[in-house]
Design a protein around this ligand. Structure first.
Ligand code: COA
Length: 260
């Protein structure tokens, strides 16, 4: 299949999926989300494929977030739909895929980018990676599962601080928090992920898919949380803070939030 925003390479039992919008730091627009959905769906069906690695093109970004230029003018309803559709097509889809997906974080993983990495089954990062959920600086909240998966992975207090400050953490902090499992040099990142994928590929695909299902089932109490997130995310779109936050980003200036 031909894609415009991603490419997929097959290497024996491994599939490498690369998000390829480097000029926009691989930001996730809706067509990229749709292409990723189709690619993951096809890879799940492909019997040869045992493990998938997801990464970003070039060395600056894994994914610098959802594409702000695409949603800055959205209203409350469109905001809610954006989050709900994205979660269904990509984030929950990957989390519940029957084949392991490893995120190879090769640079910035911000907002929707960190949410995408967190939807993968586990994460490996290169030294230059920076991770954060900066949505509140734009007058919105994480809407692709970030309010649920970040506390699951690093604990509630750390997630509260990261989401409230909107700050970025480096790989040392990410390792300490358990957000990533391994750190490598940028040159070694993909080969290191390949070596883990090879170990996984020796095991029973059936047993692995059942393990994914069972592990995810333990976090099912988060299901309602995702709905709350979608609703709260949508509500942000009807506010002056959201207009100011997104406009400021697009105008390349600092946002000013007067407070209520
Ligand atoms: N959505 C849309 N465009 C984005 C983007 C996003 N999330 N992140 C980066 N870009 C674009 C920039 O607008 C810029 O485009 P331009 O060259 O056409 O002006 C290009 O990617 C390069 O980014 P730039 O900001 O110039 O790079 P930088 O090195 O100065 O800063 C970041 C890098 C990651 C710190 C900065 O791009 C950033 O803060 N991005 C947004 C992160 C964010 O808030 N994500 C959450 C979204 S919900």
């Amino acid at each position: 299949m031909e894609y415009n925003n991603i490419y997929v390479e097959l290497e024996d039992s491994l599939a490498m999926v690369t998000i390829n919008r480097p000029k926009k730091l691989n930001a996730l627009n809706t067509s990229t989300i749709k292409e990723l959905h189709l690619a993951f769906k096809a890879l799940e069906k492909n019997k040869k494929v045992r493990v998938i690695i997801l990464t970003g093109s070039e060395e600056k970004a894994f994914v610098a977030g959802a594409d702000i230029s695409e949603f800055a003018h959205f209203n409350t309803k469109q905001g809610g739909q954006l989050a709900a559709q994205g979660q269904e097509l990509l984030f929950s889809f990957i989390e519940n895929l029957s084949k392991p997906v490893i995120a190879a974080i090769n640079g910035y993983a911000l907002g929707g980018g960190l949410e995408l990495a967190m939807a993968c089954h586990f994460r490996v990062a290169s030294h230059n990676a920076r991770m954060g959920l900066p949505e509140v600086s734009l007058g919105v909240i994480p809407g692709y599962g970030g309010t649920q998966r970040l506390p699951q992975l690093i604990g509630k207090g750390r997630a509260m601080e990261m989401i409230m400050t909107g700050g970025m953490i480096d790989v040392e902090r990410a390792i300490e928090f358990g957000l990533v499992n391994h750190v490598t040099s940028i040159e070694e990142l993909l080969d290191f992920c390949r070596s883990i994928a090879k170990k996984i590929a020796k095991n029973s695909p059936m047993a692995i898919s059942q393990a994914i299902k069972a592990i995810n089932a333990g976090f099912n109490n988060g299901v309602q949380g995702y709905d709350v997130e979608v609703k709260a995310f949508g509500e942000c779109f009807g506010t002056d803070d959201f207009k100011e936050g997104t406009t400021a980003f697009l105008e390349k200036r600092k946002a000013s939030f007067p407070g209520s």
